[in-house]
Design a protein around this ligand. Sequence first.
Ligand SMILES: NC(=O)c1ccc[n+]([C@@H]2O[C@H](COP(=O)([O-])OP(=O)(O)OC[C@H]3O[C@@H](n4cnc5c(N)ncnc54)[C@H](OP(=O)(O)O)[C@@H]3O)[C@@H](O)[C@H]2O)c1
Length: 256
Amino acid sequence: MITPASRFNLDNTIAVVTGASSGIGCHMATALAESGAKVVVLARREDTLNALCVDVKSTYPHAQIHSVTSDLLAVTDFDALAVELSEPFGAPTCLINAAGVNYREPVDDISVESWNQTLNLNLSVPFFLARALVSGMQNNGSIINIASLQSVRAFANSMPYGASKGGVAQLTRAMAEAWGPQGIRANAIAPGFFPTELTKAVFDNPEKAAANAAQTCLGRNGALDDLTGPMLFLCSAASAYVTGQVLYVDGGFTAR
Ligand SMILES: NC(=O)c1ccc[n+]([C@@H]2O[C@H](COP(=O)([O-])OP(=O)(O)OC[C@H]3O[C@@H](n4cnc5c(N)ncnc54)[C@H](OP(=O)(O)O)[C@@H]3O)[C@@H](O)[C@H]2O)c1
């Protein structure tokens, strides 16, 4: 019987989470495994991913989680990567593109290399990885990209990052348009400021962190658990008619 709560059930979900060795990807992978999804985690740091799998399995004995180590900037064959990601549990039904970088360089210091790396990892990889996985999703797929306040706002020392995240918002709509007829949904979560390795420079500066908190309607920066509910909603059948959307989980930062 379908009940309101059962719409959030993830028992048949096989999720791939990139960028799962730290921060937002790590938190989302853990929450998915705790919620009953089978989870494949991907990043470059093998030891960190292995430690995550051990930790999740010891905390949630029912959890099914497996790691794949990969440098996404070095991948030349995304179809082969999709095959590797399908080996532990079968074809993934959910992809969370959480791997990302922001080198925070002043405009005059941005090199061609750092520009290309940022655009490739934050924008191109989510497309190529999703395209390699959609054929296996079989009328039941959910892609979640991670957008940003910088999808719609400009911040100092972040030009390539902002360009990539503006692109992620549009990529999300284009994915929804392209793959909706196959029953695949694509949405983005746009977090406000959350404390992770990526935002260490911001949170190490109490004045900056306080100014960002003051800009929100709720008067505080994000805690990783603030992302759990929105992520579970977008992964599950609870959001069956939601696609092509960017959900700002930012305490109202962009509302002001
Ligand atoms: N934190 C925030 O406030 C915030 C706000 C808005 C948007 N976001 C977005 O959220 C996503 C996650 O960010 P985060 O804050 O969680 O940052 P984070 O803690 O620095 O995590 C970034 C992840 O990306 C992985 N990664 C980096 N380069 C990679 C590569 N070449 N191949 C494979 N994986 C790679 C890292 O793992 P390895 O180093 O092990 O490879 C790490 O797991 C990013 O897209 C970011 O733009 C974050």
